[in-house]
Every structure is written in C-alpha cells, then in structure tokens.
Design a protein around this ligand. Structure first.
Ligand SMILES: [Zn+2]
Ligand SMILES: [Zn+2]
Length: 328
C-alpha cells in the first residue's frame, strides 16, 4: 500500500504529522480528493485540547474544511465531509446532517489534513472557475452559517444579534441582509469583525428594549448562552449554531416565562453547501481576508497548541501540502 503525509490525532495534546497508508483506490461511489487546503476549525482545537469529544478512535486524521482536486479528473472540488447511511428519510432528502448514523470526515472518519482524502461523491460540490481553492476552503464553515440564517426564519423587524466572532459568527454577520449587533469579548476578534463585516461590534450584550430579538448563538459557551437567555425580551428567538456539550445547564424557567423560541441549527445540508459555494464564487474577494494563515502540514501541531492557548490568532488558519511556517 502506498503512503502519504497526514496530520493525525493520537490523544489529547498529541497530534502528529507523519506517513499514513493510502488505499489503492477509494471505495465505490466515493472520490479521492488531492487536498489543496484544509481549514483548522474550533472543533479541531477542542479535540486537541480536551478530546476525545466526538473522535471515536485513535489515531484519526483531522480536518473537515477541505478544498482540493479530484485525483482522477483534476476537477476542483469541495466536500461537505458528511457520510450518511444513504437510506434513511433524512439522507434521501439531502439532510444528511440529521442522519442518526452520521459520520463526518475529520471528526469521526479520516479527514482532510492529509495529501489525499476519500469522501462520498455526493458530498462533493464543484468549485467554479474564478474561485481560488484557499477561499473555497471556507465553504464548509460558510455552509454552517448559511444553514443558521436559513433556520432563523423571517427576521422581519426584529433586532438581530450575533454572539461570537469566530469564523461562523463572522460569516453569519456577513450573510445577514442587514448589519447585526456582533458581541465578542476577545479584542483581536473584534478588530477582525470590524474590518470584515458591517456589524456594530460590541464587547458585551447590549440591554434590549421590549422588541423581539433574533439571536445567533455562535460561541458554544454555556455562560454566553445563559447570559443571552437572561437578557432577551419576550418572544425572542435563539438560533443555536454553536456546538454545546451534552448537559449544558439551561434556564428553562426564563425560557418559558418569556415564551422564548429555541431553534437548533446543526452543521449543514447538501443544499447549504451548494449555496455556500455560490456565495463564495459570487465575490471571492469579500471572503479572502478571513484567511490569515496558510501553513504546511508539519506546522499544524504547533498551530493547534497555540490556538488552544490564551491568545488565539484572529483569522482562519488553512493548512496544505505547500504551506508556510506557522507564526503568531
Ligand atoms: Zn468545523
Ligand atoms: Zn441516513
């Protein structure tokens, strides 16, 4: 069996770069992508610092924000990385994110921080001419934002608040039809948000009036979620796009007494991914500044260690076979 280079999770605080077996061919119905760029996600940092959270085995190749080329045809592709059972109601409707037997490349199956990754053909979306592969690597997190805005439903004349200026929060703020209030406590992320979005960027949740608020929770922080519940006026809606632990304590009393609405938004569907590619292709220059680092495979462990530390870097970190050195 041939070998490639891959970045694999071996345990908490233990991510290694090294040779990895490369099967002769992808399984039937799958394609092999030659990876150009793969983004590092907050969930990769969480697995590095506190894992295993969703990782089922070690070692496992990380990476689920993948852009590359079809190894057989050379066509530029992104993948939504979702591996459904293919037969349940949700899979057949394209809502693979809701499949009860869902796996995802880079989280529960081997992913894209490697020279090659095998993914289901139906998970791939062609990258149009004019959309560079480094910007195309933002398609997966953008699809998460596309879904969150879709799941929010009509915004009407509600005040719109986004909690968290990580990649998904920034992308939600960019996608919204009118500039929201964007709440972020980290100064570097506030600077980035002010440059990249038209949002009113603040460091704490502003006091609301009586009017309804639609709030996008993009932090995954239980404290942020509970502060939000405590602050929202009656009939406000919370779109839960951040990934929360299994037993986040939540104030159901306030939820009931203000008749708050809670909407989950998990990952993305196939349609959300196609929409994300359309949005990127329409204006790549709008999204390119989100990418602040393009590093090589060998520097990924150092980057994950620093991103898990006290002063994470501001933008999206991409890794690839021909990236630069990691510097903060
Ligand atoms: Zn992610
Ligand atoms: Zn299924």
């Amino acid at each position: 069996m041939a070998e490639m280079t891959a970045v694999a999770w071996h345990g908490r605080g233990d991510v290694r770069v090294g040779p990895w077996p490369l099967a002769d061919a992808p399984p039937a119905g799958w394609v092999r992508l030659r990876v150009a760029w793969c983004g590092l996600c907050g969930s990769d940092v969480t697995e590095y610092a506190c894992g295993p959270v969703v990782i089922p085995r070690a070692p496992l190749v990380l990476g689920h924000e993948i852009a590359g080329t079809d190894a057989a045809t050379g066509a530029a592709m992104v993948t939504d990385t979702l591996i459904g059972c293919g037969t349940c109601t949700h899979c057949r409707a394209g809502d693979v994110n809701l499949c009860t037997r869902l796996r995802a490349a880079g989280l529960s199956a081997d992913g894209g921080l490697a020279d090659y990754v095998d993914v289901p053909a139906e998970s791939c979306v062609p990258v149009p001419d004019g959309l560079p592969l480094d910007v195309a690597a933002l398609a997966e997190p953008l699809a998460v934002a596309v879904r969150a805005v879709r799941r929010a439903g009509p915004l009407d004349d509600a005040e719109v608040v986004v909690l968290g200026a990580g990649t998904v929060g920034l992308l939600v703020a960019i996608l919204l039809p009118a500039p929201p209030v964007l709440v972020e406590r980290r100064p570097e992320q506030r600077d980035l948000a002010a440059r990249l979005t038209a949002a009113r960027v603040v460091d704490t949740l502003p006091a609301s009036g009586d009017g309804k608020v639609v709030a996008f929770e993009c932090t995954g922080s239980a404290d942020a979620l509970n502060a939000l519940i405590a602050a929202l006026p009656a009939h406000s809606r919370i779109v839960l796009a951040g990934v929360h632990g299994r037993r986040t304590p939540t104030d159901l009393h306030t939820l009931l007494h203000r008749e708050l609405e809670f909407v989950g938004s998990l990952s993305h569907s196939r349609a959300d991914m196609r929409r994300a590619v359309e949005v990127l292709a329409a204006d790549p220059g709008r999204f390119a500044p989100l990418v602040t680092h393009r590093i090589g495979w060998s520097d990924v462990p150092d980057a994950l260690r620093d991103l898990a530390g006290a002063h994470p870097t501001a933008g999206k970190v991409l890794a690839g076979p021909r990236g630069d050195r990691w510097t903060t």
